[in-house]
Design a protein around this ligand. Structure first.
Ligand SMILES: [Ca+2]
Length: 428
């Protein structure tokens, strides 16, 4: 880097200036001497002579050197340098102050409040983060459980409940049997005369020799009151308790939940015995179900189920049927999509069916264990001949030719239908 010319000049002048200052001190003495003596330069002794040797000194006249005009600026430059030096010092001090301030800011004492706030925020964020993580874990767990629940479809749940209910039913039945034979209160009425007064169903009347198809009073459950039933003592050996009969359309079967609960109609003609009674009868003993059908062509067929149980009202009179046997076909368990087994009872005023968009009981004018909706409906309307429109007549889906399309749109109905039960282990 090339330094400006004045720099070299000022350095030289400064050196000279220093010299001048030193020289000026000497000049004071020279002035004094000059006042005494006009000679500008002289040699004289100074101090005391010792042993003949005296110290001498030369006094020179004041020296003035003419410098170029530009040198006049040297003082200004010097002042500027001094100013600059002061500025630099001031800046340096300011800078040191800044540094001290910065150091101060790092000090824990003045920044304590701020630091505490930051720490609080940090701890809050950490807390929220851990809460979020815990929530996420919980969501994952719930998600897993939800997926498992999805795997357990309603059919599995139903089957599980059904198996439990079936077990309970059999336990209750066996306990009931034990109680009637072993309980002290029952032992008191062990005499054949009194025991024969309790008839749980028609088979008990058959056992004591009754052979005429008639109405009889039965007491399937001693804790509940007895009631009249119609007994079929002829079909397949007899001993049947009739639950339902259709033969002439004299009774309207489009009834309410309450009607189906207590029963309606005429026991000697057309009737529904009543869901509460059917429940007590099927709870009392292990029952089998027989269905007899006759169409208007005089064709008579039957269906037999080796188990039949109807749950109580709390369980919506749910149907349980066993294995099928017979000639009319297993319409109660027609297919995977039309299966009345394990279905709840539905009436026009009580929708317990599996049809989500409406009430099968209302649509088919009946109380029945509807699926969504039916492959059998023995409580449908009684038609005296073929009919058109909604298939709301008495229906048995496995009846020969019943589902074949009629060119005229006519549907066939039944002349007679009958449902009856008998103890599984009854031997006529
Ligand atoms: Ca429905």
């Amino acid at each position: 880097m090339k330094l400006p010319d004045w720099y070299w000049l000022s350095s030289a002048v400064l050196a000279a200036y220093g010299f001048l200052v030193v020289a000026n001190n000497e000049t004071e003495e020279i002035k004094d001497e000059r006042a005494k003596d006009a000679c500008p330069m002289r040699l004289e002794s100074r101090g005391k002579c010792e042993a003949g040797e005296c110290p001498f000194q030369v006094s020179l006249p004041p020296l003035a050197i003419q410098l170029p005009e530009q040198f006049g600026r040297i003082q200004e430059v010097f002042k500027e340098v001094q100013n600059l030096k002061e500025i630099v010092n001031s800046l340096k001090k300011t800078c040191q102050d800044c540094k001290l301030q910065a150091d101060d800011n790092r000090d824990p004492t003045p920044g304590e409040a701020g630091d505490n706030r930051v720490q609080e925020l940090e701890s809050e964020v950490n807390k929220l983060s851990s809460e979020l993580k815990s929530a996420k874990d919980q969501i994952d767990v719930l998600h897993g459980r939800l997926e498992k629940l999805n795997l357990v479809n309603m059919n599995n749940v139903e089957n599980y409940v059904d198996s439990k209910v079936a077990n309970l039913t059999s336990v209750v039945n066996s306990l009931d049997g034990k109680c009637s034979s072993k309980c002290p209160s029952q032992e008191q009425i062990q005499s054949p005369l009194i025991q024969h007064l309790i008839h749980k169903d028609c088979s008990d009347y058959y056992i004591i020799g009754k052979r005429s198809s008639e109405t009889y009073r039965v007491t399937p459950d001693p804790k509940n009151s007895s009631f009249e039933v119609y007994c079929d003592m002829e079909t397949m050996g007899g001993g049947w308790t009739v639950l339902q009969a259709r033969l002439d359309g004299s009774t309207n079967f489009t009834k309410t939940w309450q009607d189906y609960k207590t029963g309606f109609g005429n026991l000697r003609r057309e009737f529904w015995l009543g869901n509460d009674k059917i429940h007590l009868l099927t709870k009392s003993k292990e029952m089998i179900l027989r269905i007899d059908l006759e169409d208007f062509n005089g064709v008579k067929l039957y269906a037999l189920y080796d188990q039949f149980y109807v749950a109580n009202e709390f369980l919506k009179y749910r149907l349980h049927i066993g294995n099928y046997n017979g000639t009319a076909g297993d319409a109660l368990r027609f297919s995977k999509h039309y299966n009345h087994d394990l279905k709840f009872f539905t009436t026009p005023d009580r929708d317990n069916d599996r049809y989500p968009s409406g009430n099968c009981g209302l649509y088919y004018s009946s109380g029945w264990w509807f699926d969504a909706c039916l492959s059998a409906n023995l409580n449908g309307k009684y038609y005296h001949q073929k009919y058109r429109g909604v298939r709301n007549g008495i229906f048995w889906g496995t009846w020969p030719g019943i589902s074949e399309a009629q060119p005229s749109g006519y549907k066939s109905s039944f002349k007679e239908a009958k449902m009856m039960i008998r103890p599984k282990h009854f031997k006529p």
